[in-house]
Design a binder for this molecule. Sequence first.
Ligand code: ZN
Length: 504
Amino acid sequence: MILSSLARTALALAVLVPLAKAQEGAPARTPSAAQRSALASLEATRVKQQALATRLWEWAELGLREERSSLALIAFLEAEGFTIERGPSGMPTAFLASWGSGAPVLAFLSEYDALPELSQLAEPRLEPRVAGAGGHGCGHNLFGVASAAAGVALKAAMEAQRLGGTVRIYGTPAEEQGIGKTFLVRDGRFDDVDACLSWHPAHRNAVLVQASKALRSFEITFHGRAAHASAAPWEGVSALDGLEAFCAGVNLLREHFPETARVHYVITEGGAAPNIVPARARLWGFVRADDWKQQDKVFRHVVAIAEGADRMAWGEEYGDTQRGFRACEIDVLSGLYEYNVNRALAARMHRAFELVGAPAYSESEQEFGRNLQRAFGLSPKGYPTDVLPFDPQAPPIPGGSTDVANVSWVTPTADVSVATWPFGVPAHSWASTAASGAPGGYRAMHTAAQVLALTAADLLEDPDALREMREELQRARERFDYGPPVPKEATPRLPWHERGGVKK
Ligand SMILES: [Zn+2]
């Protein structure tokens, strides 16, 4: 999940609400025969899963560079009898793993990209494994493996109970930058899916009911003209001036954004040396808002600011190509809609979660959790041991965005959060990176795979459920009149492809 700091605060606040015991009052249920087969498969592959998740955690490969991680997941799925399509939608580290045939088609989403500069030991103290390298601060090492294992478990259940249909696992790279699913959805790769199940590492146990924020990822390149910055500055046009004017403009406008909108950016290129007027400057930014339309409105304003900033930098030479004028370029890298959670599917997922229960952390895992919380400045409560009640009316949690959202408008989709991290530990931090490589994280990963597999097995045994979910999606789509999130001709790319600054 791509989280802003406000989202993290909101998440932290949300969990302060007293938690009701999920099991109270719920009818006693036992797993069906298909569900028991799925659970047995997950036990059988448990050691393999953990070894795989550890390797992914150590490699911590960044978006669109997840070569070893995707190959390891492919090897795991191939060994379990899945057929692999490599590199769909022009992404070498993406894959589609399929087993079975015909309807229904049930899909699991696997993510495995890390975040830059978050390398960390699996210890409750701040210390990088490899200084400056990436780290799994969003727990996608656990995410990727649990989803793949759930697919394998569903296959086992279908074989054991002679259930028909197709299991498909989507290997979706670069989720942190909203790339993988966005391009797969654009290319129609989810069009035949009957239901899609996803999860995400978290510091709580709950089935998602709220929408995420819509987002647009963009890169702006300002052009100027190099000159000696002291001997002849009047001969130069500073691309960095354009970029700085753009930032000032965006920050003035911020006061007038809708309160739910966000703009954040990093400067990826700002010139080479102070004594050369910068001929090129670049910025990578995100615009977010509660829905795609609100986001689009803010984005158009941001585009106008970029054009204004370009005029300021070039002055009277603006438009004079003889003097080397070149307008700034705005490249849309990705677009994410707000998440359209399928309530009928989410309710089924919650039932499966109640059946499985929250991860049963050992005392040494809880001790690790408390030490991690102390080191991070949080109260030492350990990992949460409850499943939060299912509340379709829960207030929105502002902040996060995910490319799962684009899938959710094509096929009924739902998501579960499982506490891979101790209570209050925010995503994208050294502490979440440490916890994603620790035993408590692997225990929660196993729970996540169980919830996914049991939900899917439940769907296969109840064809009416899929129809109900499809109808809910159709009702939601009546208000869906959004444009495409990325241009038709766009190819998946990220700013760190063109520079050597980010270590793997
Ligand atoms: Zn994530």
